[in-house]
Design a protein around this ligand. Structure first.
Ligand code: BGC
Length: 418
């Protein structure tokens, strides 16, 4: 069934905090535990992937998948600034080695949204110190695990902060998550929110809390890419054989008449202005879930009656092909699709989505675009951040009362492409 070239990676992706469970030293855990901070529920044991990774890798391998993208949790490796935990290194070494023993190529992400709590207390993702802190953690991991790693994504969806700022502006919510000086309506709610938030991170004003998913300033945006470059160079200095890239969240930017400039502008903000930071990378990690169509007044809303996913995105698997072409026009690096998928309770829609998305990838390859792999989001139904466990993105369902795995048809279907 597969028309992909030999060596093409077909796999699935996860992120540590969304699947491992009990990631207690990170910023998200702290915010979830505080309650009332926009989290539908706390992550708790998640899907216990930390203890059950072998079963999960076995399921992938049995279905025919040959790659697995997962993240190493910074807060586990460096629970306190400058203090590294050898036990956790050992854990991730075992995960990587287990993948390899099953013929599954590991692709490791160094940062997927969560950060150690101490980093946030130290200024977080708007601090001039953070690029060095991140590079030091990455260099440590390269020194300890570089012999078993090959593909490394430094930062997941490094453009997320700016996208969040934009979404909030579009929804006319104050960009400091409602931490406006003139709170107006809902003042009591906001006061409560702020007092909870200030209790989470010691010694900082809620306005100075900059997690990875906080809205970004222009300087904060640059800092993230400086962190990427420093981490990439530090890891490659220790281990020159590593292939290092970054991942960005991109839409397929389309326009109707009169909206061309708006679409171009959106692509500029989400992608083009980052190009100078990517020139020395070994690959580009492309993440896509849908398209955005622009008219002369901005985004054109999804038409009534159009199929949407649980997340409310338009069901449009062809977006992947479109965005791969848009990326390749400006960046000639090998492309790995590091995330693509849908949240749905109807797995037959996921099978169809994979079929159409992969047909698009094949068409791109046929046109000479160097797409080298496809990682579906996600391996398991998991913790979808603020939305808790309500979104089902997985190729495998999990009964969280017993942590029993139930592979879906889509897992088997995806495996046929390898
Ligand atoms: C993120 C994942 C998230 C997924 C689905 C991506 O933006 O990298 O962590 O679960 O989208 O919303």
């Amino acid at each position: 069934m597969s028309n992909f070239p030999k060596g093409f990676l077909i796999g699935a992706a996860t992120a540590a905090h969304q699947v491992e469970g009990n990631n207690k030293n990170c910023d998200f855990w702290a915010m979830e535990q505080a309650g009332g901070l926009m989290f539908k529920e706390p992550s708790l044991d998640a899907v216990d992937h930390y203890n059950r990774y072998k079963e999960d890798v076995d399921l992938m391998a049995a279905a025919g998948l040959n790659a697995y993208r997962f993240s190493i949790e910074w807060a586990r490796i460096e629970p306190q600034k400058g203090v590294f935990d050898a036990k956790e290194i050992k854990h991730y070494r075992e995960v990587i080695e287990y993948c390899r023993s099953k013929g599954v190529e590991p692709m490791v992400t160094m940062h997927h949204f969560t950060s150690p709590k101490w980093l946030i207390e130290d200024g977080g993702w708007e601090s001039e110190k953070t690029p060095d802190a991140f590079a030091s953690y990455c260099a440590y991991v390269a020194k300890e695990l570089g012999d078993v790693m090959e593909f490394v994504c430094t930062i997941n969806e490094a453009n997320m902060g700016l996208q969040i700022t934009k979404i909030m502006k579009e929804r006319t919510v104050d960009v400091q998550v409602g931490l406006s000086d003139s709170m107006g309506d809902g003042e009591a709610v906001m006061r409560d929110y702020m007092s909870k938030l200030s209790g989470v991170f010691s010694g900082i004003n809620p306005r100075e809390i900059h997690t990875f998913l906080s809205p970004r300033t222009e300087r904060g945006d640059q800092l993230i890419f400086e962190a990427h470059e420093k981490a990439r160079d530090a890891m490659k200095a220790v281990c020159p054989n590593l292939k290092v890239g970054i991942t960005l969240s991109l839409y397929n930017y389309q326009s109707i008449e009169g909206g061309e400039e708006n679409a171009r502008q959106a692509q500029e903000e989400d992608f083009l202005h980052y190009l100078p930071y990517l020139q020395k990378d070994d690959f580009f990690g492309l993440q896509n879930y849908s398209r955005k169509i622009y008219g002369k007044d901005g985004i054109v809303p999804v038409k009534e009656g159009t199929e949407v996913t649980q997340m409310g995105y338009e069901y449009y698997p062809e977006a992947l092909q479109g965005v791969i072409r848009q990326v390749h026009e400006h960046l000639k690096l090998p492309i790995y699709v590091t995330e693509n998928g849908i949240a749905t309770s109807d797995d037959s829609r996921r099978v169809e989505f994979i079929k159409r998305a992969l047909a698009g990838v094949e068409a791109c390859i046929a046109d000479g675009i160097p797409v080298k792999g496809y990682m579906h989001w996600s391996l398991l139904d998991n913790f979808e951040w603020m939305l808790g466990y309500s979104m089902t993105f997985g190729l495998i369902a999990v009964d969280r009362t017993t942590q029993t795995r139930h592979p879906k048809e889509s897992l088997k279907y995806l495996g046929k492409f390898s």
